[in-house]
Design a protein around this ligand. Sequence first.
Ligand SMILES: *[C@@H]1O[C@H](CO)[C@@H](O)[C@H](O)[C@H]1NC(C)=O
Ligand SMILES: *[C@@H]1O[C@H](CO)[C@@H](O)[C@H](O)[C@H]1NC(C)=O
Ligand SMILES: *[C@@H]1O[C@H](CO)[C@@H](O)[C@H](O)[C@H]1NC(C)=O
Length: 242
Amino acid sequence: MSSSKLPPTVLVLTLALLFQTSLGADPLSYVCYNTQNFTSNTPFDSSLKTLIAVLTYQTPLTGFGQASFGQYYNQQAYGLSLCRGDVSPSDCQTCVSEATSDLLGRCSYNKGAIIWYDNCLFKYSDQDFFGQIDNSNKFYLANVKNVSDPAAFNYKTKELLSRLAEEAYESPKMYAAGEVKLEEGKNMTVYGLTQCTRDLSSDDCKKCLDDAIGELPMGKEGGRVVGGSCNVRYEIYPFFKE
Ligand SMILES: *[C@@H]1O[C@H](CO)[C@@H](O)[C@H](O)[C@H]1NC(C)=O
Ligand SMILES: *[C@@H]1O[C@H](CO)[C@@H](O)[C@H](O)[C@H]1NC(C)=O
Ligand SMILES: *[C@@H]1O[C@H](CO)[C@@H](O)[C@H](O)[C@H]1NC(C)=O
C-alpha cells in the first residue's frame, strides 16, 4: 500500500494523467461490473475496438448508438452510448470519445463496464443486454439543501416528472425535459428531465422511469437517479437547453 518509494517517472506520469483528466469533464460515476477480464489481441479485444469506433461515429448523428461485433461465443462485444437529449452533435461526440477512452482506462480489460457523464453514457458487455432494463447499475445524487416546503415541492416535482415520463416514452428520442412553476405568482420553478436508452421498448422505458421517479431523493433542491437504461433529474435552476 505504501507509495513513498515511487520512482520520479511514475510521479511525473501520475501528475500528467491528473492534468490530462482535469482538462475534460469528470465522469459522474462508473462501474466495472463484469467478473471476467479479457486479454489483448483476442477476438473480444478487437470487437470492442470496432464497437467503440462505430459508436463514436454513430452516436452524434441521433444522440444514440447501439451495436455489437464479433462472431465467436463469449467474444462478442455489445454496447451502446446515449447523449442527453439536448446536447449538440459536437458536444455529443466529445463526450462519447472521452467516455470510451476513459472507461477503457478505468476498467482496463474488464468484459463489462459503464460510465456516466452529465452529457452522455457509454456501456459495453460481452453479454447481449439490449432491450433489458438495467436494474443493477444505478446511483443516486441529491443536493444537500432541503427545500422549505417539501410537501408542496414534492407534489409538484413528481407531477412534473410523471408528465415528462409520459412524454419521453411516447417520443422517438425517449427524452423529455420541462419545467413547472411551484406556486402561482411566486418566482420559483422546478426543472425536470427524463430519458431512456433507445434499445428499450416504450413500455419498458415507462417502467424504468416510473421506478426511478419512485426512488428519487425528494425534498432537496435537486436530485437524480442515474441508471444504465434511464435517468431522471430535477433542479431548481435550468440545467438543460430548451
Ligand atoms: C481482472 O483484472 C483485475 C485488474 O487487473 C484483477 O484485479 C482481477 O482479479 C481480474 N479478475 C479475474 C477474474 O481475473
Ligand atoms: C434536511 O432534512 C433532513 C430531514 O428532514 C435533516 O436530517 C437534514 O439535516 C437537513 N439538511 C439540511 C442541510 O438542513
Ligand atoms: C427570479 O429568480 C431568479 C433566480 O433566483 C432571478 O434571477 C430573477 O431575477 C427572478 N425574477 C423575478 C421576476 O423576480
